[in-house]
Write a protein that binds this ligand. Sequence first.
Ligand code: LLP
Length: 421
Amino acid sequence: MDHFLYHNGVLHAEGVPITEIAAAVGTPFYVYSAATLARHYGLLAEALAGLPHLICYSVKANGNLAVLKVLGDLGAGMDVVSGGEYLRARAAGVPGSRIVFSGVGKTRGELRLTLEGGIRQFNVESEPELRALSEIAAGMGLRAPVALRVNPDVDAKTHEKIATGKSENKFGIPIAKARAVYAEAAALPGIEVVGVDVHIGSQLTDLAPFRAAFEKVAELTRTLRADGHAISRLDLGGGLGIPYTRSNEAPPLPHDYGQVIRETVGNLGCEIEIEPGRFIAGNAGLLVASVIWLKEGEGRRFLIVDAAMNDLARPSMYGAHHDIVPVLEAAPGLEHGLYDVVGPVCETGDTFARARALPEMGEGALLAFRSAGAYGAVMASEYNTRPLVPEVLVRGDHFAVIRARPSFDEILGRDTIPEWL
Ligand code: LLP
């Protein structure tokens, strides 16, 4: 459930008509619902109730400071994958003691920045990273808290570009090698081993791969403890899938996901960390656009809208489906036509949907792409010199622009023509 519903025939974000935001901000724009973010966070907290845990929201899904503040104020931790994301989490008021740092290519500069600023845990993905971290931490008179990210060689059964848990993927330390790397970690002066980390992929719609991975983590934890390591935390990553259509999808319920966690690692006495991104933010956001032209092609009707692949990359990048709905509810019984919904960018890949059934919509009509709260604005670019799409947050009857659309002066002002040219 989310908080984007029709009232009196107009799509609302909580108590605010989308038409009102569109009039104030112009299209295209992203709009997020604070109540939906909080609801999804709450569902996961309920699913893990009774287990010591920290929900570390994955900042990469949607890193707007206002979104991070909504979640941080609820007690969420954060999972960051760059120095920039770390600074975002801190700027939103999240203490370093609630931030975990993941990622396969952390630079020395990023390791230093986060050690200096304070960090809960590094999820280390390779031996060179481990050695560098030890060297930097020891040089600062510190011991860096570390979980090693293990690669369990489990097929997450998701889109190939977002599966991370197979041995052929670049992520983590092969689980068969883990014991040896833990032994090395324990001997390094700047490292304090605290846990085990795993993340097998994103948009998982089946719990079986989670179960398989968590079972391997449980077994490894027992082995590592027998080897003398104090394993007190298990970071189980993110990846819980969400419905992208309203009709025929039934992704796992958070409660059942929590059950899998309890059954596999619940009796180890560890603090559980999870890193959900999409589950919290995905269905908490819409991308709102308006129709530029309706173009009659040969046997096809093209709805050309003012949002494009640079604003929401998922359809062009992963062939992803996003439900598209009119902002003004179609009258019951009104006939639907089949449209190819496309953006203005000069690439055929700039297609959001083919032969999608939609009510008649003319020039200026508003429409909304659903499930756009995660991996939407964060993946946007200014390709074709289209200004970065603005973001709006709604809570109750309030709305505010939380990232403004840049002006063309700002955009052009970022470039420099060298004096000598
Ligand atoms: N933790 C780690 C280490 C990750 O790499 C990711 C996502 C997450 C947590 C959060 O996963 P989530 O709960 O959101 O599934 N751009 C793609 C998704 C890329 C996910 C990358 N890693 C998309 O639009 O589908």
